[in-house]
Ligand binder design. Structure first.
Ligand code: SAH
Ligand code: SF4
Length: 392
């Protein structure tokens, strides 16, 4: 269970089965794992010495081989609307972001799954930064552990603050599948956070084979980043589409519904001025859904006003264009919402999460070169991505 280089195992990344295996290795009974699990996730305790109902011998054994630790917080910014953004230091020059969004009836945490992202969507600042590495399950869960217990301490509440998790921070969660699944299990486990499957959402740009596996391994709510009604445009906006085109993606979505905690899934659609926001594109989207409905596709649309960053060279659609697009979808009977932008003043909105990424695959560099070449053609100057702003 411990690493070969004798690094302590970070227990934040072990689901209950993993903790049971660790306890067995240490010659301890199964129920000890449950006790430990509750201390860590429900009470937020990191110090084994404080876990008073565990035998002293177990506490000292644990202290030798294990730890409970979150990555250091580099900064914390709070927006005027109550949204909080943390920047965590992942070592090696990488930093990732986590965002808490309070609403009257829920508290949502937006979690990162990778340092950077290799998919490279045109409109996403994480994609523009390239890819460094997958986060471990401990690093994924640490975001929830830290935020939940920080918020409880701050508000003086003993009960749960975070009711919803969305895997919509930096990274493509399904490209980090092995670490994702135990992380989801910890979020769902009644001895840990006890979140409902309906309130844990994996958002994906469309890694088709792993949508199928998630349905078997840990079906939670699914959001799929569609962004275009046809393959030609989606190939351009979401490069993964060249591998898994729209019809294949929608077939996987339909199959997922048989296992999903809800009877519909959400399509996210980032509204880009003059690119994917025309009325005929809304009508094409309706036709696309109609073609898949007989097979059982049930969906709703979430239109996301594009959060611009200079290096993208793209603009947000006008409110009028978003309204007209939404009306075409709703008039066709498709439930459609327009996402409210939260934490705008601290760059905490979708696609503005930039952290710091050591671009080991040079994906970001290749995108920047292509962009520079296009700008050269147009006679424009390359501009820098925005930095995180401090609020006064
Ligand atoms: N990789 C996953 C999850 C992280 S991105 C995915 O792509 O689904 C979370 C959501 O933010 C996705 O729907 C993505 O398309 C959207 N997004 C990315 N950049 C954006 C931007 N600049 N403005 C608005 N939404 C953006
Ligand atoms: Fe990656 Fe999602 Fe950004 Fe695309 S939108 S680059 S998949 S994080």
């Amino acid at each position: 269970m411990t690493d070969t280089n004798c690094q302590p195992t970070n227990l934040l990344g072990l689901d209950l089965d993993g903790l049971v295996a660790l306890c067995q290795e240490l010659g301890e009974k199964r129920f000890r794992a449950t006790q430990l699990f509750r201390w860590i996730h429900q009470r937020g305790e990191a110090d084994f010495a404080q876990m008073t109902d565990l035998a002293k011998s177990l506490r000292s054994k644990l202290a030798g081989v294990a730890e409970v630790t979150a990555p250091p917080v580099l900064s914390e910014h709070e927006s005027r609307d109550g949204t909080i953004k943390w920047l965590f230091d992942m070592g090696g020059g990488n930093a990732i972001e986590t965002v808490y969004i309070p609403e009257s009836d829920r508290g949502t945490l937006c979690i990162s799954s990778q340092a950077g992202c290799a998919v490279g969507c045109r409109f996403c600042s994480t994609g523009h930064q390239g890819f460094s590495r997958n986060l471990s399950s401990a690093e994924i869960v640490a975001q929830l552990w830290y935020a939940e217990h920080f918020l409880r301490r701050r508000s003086g509440r003993a009960e749960r603050v975070i009711s919803n998790v969305v895997m919509m921070g930096m990274g493509e969660p399904l490209q980090n599948y092995r670490q994702l699944v135990p992380s989801l299990r910890i979020m769902l486990d009644d001895h840990a956070y006890g979140l409902s499957r309906r309130r844990v959402t994996v958002s994906t740009s469309g890694v088709v084979p792993l949508i199928d596996r998630l349905a078997q391994d840990c079906p939670v709510a699914l959001a799929v980043s569609l962004h275009a009604p046809d393959d030609a445009l989606r190939d351009h906006l979401v490069p993964l589409n060249r591998k898994h085109p729209i019809d294949e993606l929608l077939a996987a979505c339909t199959a997922y519904l048989a296992h999903a905690p809800r009877d519909f899934l959400t399509f996210e659609y980032c509204m880009l001025d003059g690119v994917n926001d025309r009325p005929e594109q809304a009508r094409a989207l309706v036709q696309l859904v109609r073609r898949h409905e007989p097979a059982g596709l049930r969906c709703k649309f979430n239109l996301i006003p594009f959060n611009p960053f200079p290096a993208s060279g793209l603009q947000r659609s006008s409110d009028a264009a978003i309204g007209a697009f939404a009306r075409i979808l709703s008039n066709a009977g498709l439930v459609t919402t327009v996402r409210k932008t939260r934490g705008d003043d601290i760059d905490a909105a979708c696609g503005q999460l930039v952290g710091e990424v050591q671009d080991r695959t040079h994906a970001g560099q290749r995108m920047a070169e292509r962009r520079a070449a296009m700008q050269h053609h147009r006679g424009g100057a390359a501009r820098r991505a925005p930095k995180i702003r401090m609020i006064p």
